[in-house]
Design a protein around this ligand. Structure first.
Ligand SMILES: [Zn+2]
Length: 257
């Protein structure tokens, strides 16, 4: 189902992937993380399994169709083996080429919104919180206003094994969030795992990823200083009704509004 199609891979996606893979950012090491871009009505290009983000190039991505993978994801009888076969793009230079095992995360986002960019990383500071006893509620309340602008209302998805299990839990939790708030979140937190940034622009996906790291550092610092004092949800809820707030979110995070 996956296919080698470097001609579909844009420079912006490659540049975004390299920036997020920069070791100085501490978002990923080795072959961790993956990015995707929607390049057609039903087509995304997604990073291959085993390639490193810092060295990204057009031939480190493969194209997959969203609909058949969503069908596989929604079919309770689908197995991990069926997914692995669907992600295979054959061989290049005698080696098997496969879309990332986490491709279903990228597919699930597009079940609800035609987001142009999705970036998935494992930032040390964020994973520290997501691997803690406070993981589920760590990001529920905003603690400073700029994170609210860039990150909006985030979603927490509990840990599941990467592959078909994580895909299913992710799709279900994302669907419930869209039902409640009428939008795909800019930031999705994966328990004991990492983050997913969704955006209409490459700059937005990068801004969300970096702001998530800052948000985690602020919380870790606050915990060291005696505890987190969040902004009360009642006092921040009305922000989402303000036109100036929505404009700033659209400009900085590439959010729809
Ligand atoms: Zn991951």
């Amino acid at each position: 189902m996956a296919r080698f199609a470097p001609e579909l891979v844009g420079e912006e996606l490659v540049a975004l992937t390299r920036r997020l893979g920069d070791p100085a950012q501490d978002l990923v090491i080795l072959a961790e993380g993956n990015t995707s871009e929607r390049v057609g009505d039903d087509t995304i290009v997604v990073k291959t399994s085993g390639s490193s983000m810092k060295d990204a190039a057009a031939d480190h991505f493969v194209a997959v169709e969203v609909s058949p993978l969503l069908e596989l994801l929604r079919d309770p009888s689908s197995s991990q083996d069926a997914l692995t076969a669907a992600l295979s793009a054959g061989e290049r230079n005698g080696r098997p080429v496969r879309a990332s095992i986490e491709t279903l995360i990228h597919v699930a986002v597009r079940a609800f919104e035609p987001a142009r960019y999705v970036a998935h990383t494992h930032p040390t500071a964020v994973v520290s919180l997501l691997a803690s006893t406070r993981a589920e509620d760590a990001f529920t309340e905003a603690v400073y206003s700029d994170e609210l602008v860039v990150l909006g209302r985030s979603l927490f998805v509990p840990y599941a094994q990467p592959g078909i299990d994580l895909g299913r839990v992710f799709l279900e939790r994302l669907g419930a969030h869209v039902e409640e708030f009428g939008e795909v979140p800019s930031l999705i937190l994966l328990g004991n795992h990492g983050i997913v940034a969704t955006s209409g622009s490459a700059e937005g996906a990068e801004a969300i990823s970096l702001m998530a790291v800052k948000s985690a550092r602020v919380r870790l610092g606050a915990i060291q200083a005696g505890g987190v004092a969040g902004l009360d949800a009642a006092s921040t809820a009305h922000y989402f009704d303000r036109a100036d707030f929505r404009e700033r979110r659209a400009a900085l995070a590439g959010a729809d509004g």
